[in-house]
Design a protein around this ligand. Sequence first.
Ligand SMILES: [Zn+2]
Length: 127
Amino acid sequence: MPFICENVECRAVLARGQVRSRREDEGWCFYCPDCNARNELKDIGVAGGPVELVQPERSDLPHKVIATARPLEDGTYTANLRVQRALGTKGTYAAEERWEQLGVFLNAHEAVAHAKSIAADWLDRKA
Ligand SMILES: [Zn+2]
């Protein structure tokens, strides 16, 4: 299994021989040779045995979620949502998805909270 740089702008796929793993105070990591981002590693080797490093699984890709409230003429708010799903491979983001006028809310805070929950559901389904 190669390592993949977690920097979404980089996403370099790196053969293990290409990276130098190092142990720092916070634990194992490597620095991407392309962009220099710090990537966390986890030692799954048995205690006392040789070190065996893997990249921790991340389900939390750095998706871009932009939830906004738009005031309506009667003083209520509607929610708008834009989501760009981060892809697990080099190539950065999927096409942006948009939702407009997600219901009517009494205040901006509720509208944004609703839009964010829609985004979370949608990202869950795509995962
Ligand atoms: Zn990188």
